[in-house]
Design a protein around this ligand. Structure first.
Ligand code: DC
Length: 232
């Protein structure tokens, strides 16, 4: 207990955690912290340095030489900086997703990055999303949410997004990638993706974005003594 409220949102890739967390943070006046972006930034650094990201020693040698920083711009959006450069867009490239997944499997890498994440919750009301927020990063969070949807539903949503952006990727490729990432994230030894015992589980599979958002707002209002500041 530090006087601040923390909401942890965990769940698999592509389930809409960041879309929800961003809107909820805006609506309730909390700071949004996207922890996947930290692993993505490290994944990008390994990619650019040409080091084997599956080699924990090599990643650990590189890590302390890097300046990885989270800053918030004037719109309140989280931006990632690597050695002083804004890499917020670059880290969203599909090949960086797999790099992020690989580097995030290393236990020493995860412990190194723990404090960077916890610091935000010590100083702000936060909504933090990731894979291990409720289980490892913020085990004392006032509210934990575990958001799920089947791999097919998540792949279909991602596929539609990519199509809209003009990508010529096939649905099967997107689904294969999604299943591969699920497999890596749930089977790794260090802080695998799993529901915290005291988390509220919400399956968004049959729900629209608005329905999911509405349900999450209800859960937050019922569980924490907070109310929305503005309509997101
Ligand atoms: O949420 P995302 O897709 O941006 O995450 C990128 C990768 O980082 C993903 O493969 C899982 C990993 N990750 C993690 O291990 N722990 C977190 N708290 C957040 C992300």
């Amino acid at each position: 207990m530090n006087g601040f409220n923390a909401i942890a949102i965990d769940g698999p890739s592509g389930v809409g955690k960041s879309t929800m967390a961003k809107r909820l943070a805006k609506s309730f006046g909390f700071l949004y912290v996207d922890t996947g972006a930290i692993y993505r930034t490290l994944g990008l650094a390994c990619y650019e340095a040409g080091i084997d990201r599956k080699d924990e020693d090599a990643v650990m040698e590189l890590l302390p030489t890097l300046d990885i920083a989270i800053r918030y711009n004037e719109q309140g959006e989280q931006c990632m900086y690597l050695n002083g450069l804004d890499v917020s867009r670059k880290i969203r490239e599909p090949e960086i997703s797999l790099c992020a997944s690989d580097v995030s499997a290393h236990p020493r890498v995860r412990s190194f990055l723990l404090d960077m994440q916890r610091k935000f919750a010590r100083e702000n009301n936060v909504i933090m999303d990731g894979r291990d927020i409720g289980t490892v990063v913020l085990p004392d969070a006032e509210l934990k949410i575990f958001l799920t949807a089947s791999a097919e539903v998540r792949a279909r949503r991602r596929y539609n997004e990519l199509k809209e952006k003009g990508s010529d990727v096939s649905f099967d490729e997107v689904l294969r990638d999604m299943i591969l990432r699920d497999e890596k994230d749930t089977t790794r030894a260090a802080a695998p993706l799993k529901k915290a015992e005291d988390a509220v589980e919400l399956d968004s599979g049959g729900m629209s974005i608005e329905e999911t958002f509405g349900r999450l707002c209800e859960i937050i209002i019922n569980r924490l003594a907070v109310s929305p500041e503005e309509k997101a």
